[in-house]
Ligand binder design. Structure first.
Ligand code: NAI
Length: 339
């Protein structure tokens, strides 16, 4: 079961965060298109007790603005220097990283590598020092490469815990459930489409055979799969140079963070698809893979298998693994060459 069913950011919960459930959430890149609405959603989440906002531009301004919202959490903005970054990270339970540049029309996520790799590496270095035990949630693209970058940096610092590193692929399942509901004329909140693999183009593998509409075939299926894989391009094109998905991404990132907080506070059976250090395809040299992951107080509790898939999906998966392996290696090589 996906965690989405009980996800409602504005719902008053049966219990609210108490002193022994103190949860500090840090957003790195909080001034950006994703960072601002994501920080807003975190401010509205009653499980969050402290919200730390860091950006190379505008962190304190966003923090001052959000701090007037009448929820209990304390919001602090930090200046873009080493001390500010370290203070923002200290004692964080969750570190969300949407820092970096987004796509412009015609660009693939991989085109962002040159800029975002070093941004993510440097933020990971700071996190390895100041918050080595936090859950690190990487949003910055290309996720297929930036997650391995964080893992290499944490390994080099001797603090790598694979159970606490997540590539946020939630938007892919959010889109999948919305797009399938539009085709089937159903309520998207009833639609659960597992999406496995990675987070770019053909590495995004929707498993329609495991959805409520397993009989979708032919052109309808091809069109739907293509829309799920390349849905991000629709937004990039429509924004016409002003960036990529920010609002839907903020919702997806907030949903994932909320799931982790619920799991940390003892709720069982919380499952989210996410890109993690995974045993599923290690024998084929693919060390990270997104599949349904059960979350717990220690982060990753259980990584679910891909499960039964049909011949068509097997082809998608084969294509995914080829690209994914290269994307992961690119991240690993980057840190080796630029430690
Ligand atoms: P944006 O350009 O609006 O915001 C990025 C923010 O990061 C800016 O405020 C910038 O000042 C800040 N930043 C840059 N370098 C930094 C550093 N060293 N430390 C702290 N902050 C820094 O971009 P947007 O639209 O918010 O996208 C951010 C990233 O998220 C992009 O890489 C984009 O491709 C990715 N993304 C990921 C998705 C996913 O599903 N995982 C979906 C959509 C976007």
């Amino acid at each position: 079961m996906f965690a989405r069913r009980s996800f409602n950011l504005f719902q008053k919960r049966a219990f609210s965060a108490s002193a022994n459930q103190a949860s500090k959430v840090t957003v790195l890149g909080a001034g950006g298109g994703i960072g601002q609405p994501l920080s807003l959603l975190m401010k509205l989440n009653p499980r969050v007790t402290q919200l730390a906002l860091y950006d190379i531009r505008g962190g304190p301004g966003v923090a001052a603005d959000l701090s007037h919202i009448n929820t209990n959490s304390v919001v602090t903005g930090y200046n873009p220097d080493e001390q500010g970054l370290s203070d923002a990270l200290k004692d964080a339970e969750i570190v969300l990283i949407p820092a970096g540049v987004p796509r412009k029309p015609g660009m693939t996520r991989d085109d962002l590598f040159n800029t975002n790799a070093s941004i993510v590496r440097d933020l990971a270095k700071a996190a390895a020092k100041a918050s080595p035990n936090a859950n690190i949630l990487v949003i910055s693209n290309p996720v297929n490469s930036t997650v391995p970058i964080v893992s290499e940096v944490f390994k080099a610092a001797g603090v790598y815990n694979p159970k606490r590193l997540f590539g946020v692929t939630t938007l892919d399942v959010v889109r999948a459930s919305r797009f399938i509901s539009q085709v089937q004329k159903t309520d998207p909140s009833d639609e659960k489409v597992p999406v496995v693999g990675g987070h770019s183009g053909v590495t995004i593998v929707p498993l329609l055979s495991q959805s409520n509409h397993s009989s979708i075939a032919g052109e309808a299926r091809d069109a739907l799969v293509n829309r799920i894989q390349f849905g991000g391009d629709e937004v990039v094109k429509a924004k016409d140079g002003a960036g990529s998905a920010t609002l839907s991404m903020a919702m997806a990132g907030a949903r994932f963070a909320e799931s982790l907080l619920r799991a940390a506070q003892g709720e069982k059976g919380i499952i989210e698809p996410t890109f993690v250090d995974s045993p599923l395809f290690k024998d084929q040299g693919v060390n990270f893979f997104a599949s349904r992951v059960e979350l717990g107080p220690n982060g990753v509790e259980k990584i679910h298998e891909v499960g039964q898939i049909n011949e068509y999906e097997q082809k998608l998966l084969d294509a995914c693994l080829v690209d994914l392996k290269k994307n992961i290696q690119k991240g690993v090589d980057f840190v080796k060459a630029n430690p």
